[in-house]
Design a binder for this molecule. Structure first.
Ligand code: FRU
Length: 500
């Protein structure tokens, strides 16, 4: 790809942005809510994961970044790498808005979300240039690099100078992949109240042909589809979406069939990737082991905490491997590499949780910890299993996981977790988990200062929430109500910090 003459300007913009990050880093580092083993920016604002790719034996994670403050603003692409999906190293900012198609007067402009691909050892980022009030407001652009660190914008930008349709709302967040020697790009859009995924095809990543709409909302799936991702998994294709204005859902996936000749995706099954409030703009990559790894922004638009000043804002979810289950649904499982974080732990087995008696365990501190518990459900008489976490003495705060066996319902109650949005999320685990014979209920839970991720039955259901307790505690209390439940096994570990 040719490189335009603005290289210096881009370099200079990045340098200034890096200085702004450095100036806030000290304040940011002192915040008690900073997560210990999740990816987050050194300072400044972060939202969507962008350009996820396994390139030259490293995982690259770019992200929507506002380096100048802890609030959303003109978007840059922040950048981090990891060799193991656990330990992340911050790299210089990869993209700063410098060109007319991404530079505006007010806040609503910049290098918006997109993806990354590798061609002959080069790393190419494909992203949306967005400028509020410009016509067209959103265009698709590219920048590439040989070292994977310094990116030059393509002189032919914008590669796609406008939407193929008029009257649509949104034309952004390109996700590019290759299939049988051709490149495909799926883009998020919406028209007449229906979210849409638009499809393009290219031979060279430069000239793009519009193939039509790969999929659209059935009328209940939101009016604009942000951050679409379309990829093969097993013998199916999966379409991942962040729908706007969909009732009760901020994320969605569909599994189905992709016909590359017609460019049509036909959905067969759908569900949420995560049932908690803080999971948005998920993106995936295919790694060297052939795994489909997904990371999302662990937050939501309009979060109360985003209004506070802390010198930083935003965190990513733990990386999760997507697995296609026989019934066409997906499981998302924390990658096993996370086991690297575990310190010496505690364990228990065969504990009968009897009515009215609390069973309690604790790890050294509540900075970051993980536990895995399995409960026998075949002879459970109880109406409710209640697990209390993050309950600091005298604070009146707690985060509660509740399982109602008779209603097959799992609830993550963050209504008294501390500061921030008070949420109560629930998921019906009736059909597959626990299985029809009342098989065990397995919970794997990660807590990291200001986050909780609950994986149910090996990732068949996941609930993610940010929580802002006033004190960190490593305790867990279990109680059964209306009858007994057997805790078959419990393992619990403190987790190390990945940040020095
Ligand atoms: C999703 C999103 C994208 C957009 C980006 C802007 O969270 O709204 O659609 O590209 O964030 O930061």
């Amino acid at each position: 790809m040719n490189v335009s003459g603005e290289k210096q300007t881009h370099k200079e913009s990045i340098r200034r942005a890096e200085e702004a990050v450095a100036a806030q880093a000290e304040i940011a580092s002192q915040d008690d809510y900073r997560l210990q083993y999740h990816m987050l920016p050194l300072a400044g604002w972060m939202n969507d994961p962008n350009g996820l790719i396994y390139f030259k034996e490293e995982y690259h994670l770019f992200y929507q970044h506002h380096p100048y403050s802890d609030k959303w603003g003109p978007m840059h692409w922040g950048h981090a790498v990891s060799k193991d999906l656990v330990h992340w190293k911050h790299l210089p900012i990869a993209l700063a808005p410098t060109e007319p198609y991404e530079l505006g007067q007010e806040g609503g402009y910049g290098c918006w979300s997109g993806s990354a691909v590798e061609t002959d050892g080069r790393l190419t980022l494909i992203y949306t240039g967005h400028v509020d009030g410009r016509e067209p407001m959103e265009v698709q652009c590219a920048a590439s690099s040989t070292d994977g660190i310094i990116f030059d914008k393509h002189s032919g930008n914008p590669l796609i100078p406008g939407s193929p349709d008029t009257g649509n709302f949104g034309f952004r967040d390109p996700k590019v992949w290759s299939h049988e020697g051709l490149w495909y790009m799926v883009l998020g859009s919406g028209k007449d109240g229906q979210g849409k995924a638009l499809l393009y095809q290219s031979e060279d990543l430069e000239r793009w042909k519009y193939m039509g709409m790969a999929a659209e909302s059935d009328g209940t799936q939101g009016d604009m589809w942000e951050c679409p991702d379309l990829f093969p998994l097993g013998d199916k294709h999966v379409l991942v979406l962040s729908p706007m204005n969909m009732q009760d859902a901020k994320n969605l996936y569909m599994t189905g069939e992709m016909d590359y000749a017609s460019g049509k995706f036909t959905p067969e099954a759908q569900a949420k990737l995560d049932y908690g409030p803080d999971f948005y703009a998920a993106q995936t990559l295919l790694d060297g082991k052939g795994r489909r790894i997904m990371i999302a922004w662990m937050d939501h638009w309009g979060s109360e905490m985003a209004r506070e000043d802390r010198g930083w804002y935003g965190a990513m979810t733990l990386p999760r491997e997507l697995v296609l289950l026989p019934e066409g649904k997906l499981a998302s499982r924390p990658v096993p590499e996370l086991g690297l974080l575990r310190e010496a732990g505690i364990s228990a087995s065969g504990v009968i949780l009897s009515m009215g008696t609390d069973a309690a365990w604790s790890v050294r501190d509540g900075q970051g910890f993980e536990w895995i518990a399995e409960f026998a459900m075949n002879d459970a008489q109880a109406e409710c299993l209640e697990i209390t976490l993050l309950a600091a003495e005298g604070s009146g705060e707690s985060t509660v996981i509740r399982y109602l066996p008779r209603e097959d319902k799992l609830i993550l109650d963050c209504s008294a977790s501390g500061r921030g949005d008070a949420s109560i999320s629930e998921v019906s685990v009736s059909t597959e988990a626990p299985d029809a014979n009342g098989g065990p209920l397995k919970l794997q839970v990660f807590i990291d200062r200001s986050s909780i991720e609950v994986f149910v039955n090996d990732g068949r259901y996941v609930l993610t929430s940010r929580v802002y307790p006033s004190a960190l505690t490593g305790g867990i209390t279990m109680r059964a109500e209306g009858g007994n439940i057997t805790l078959q096994s419990l393992k619990m570990w403190n987790l190390k910090s990945i940040w020095s």
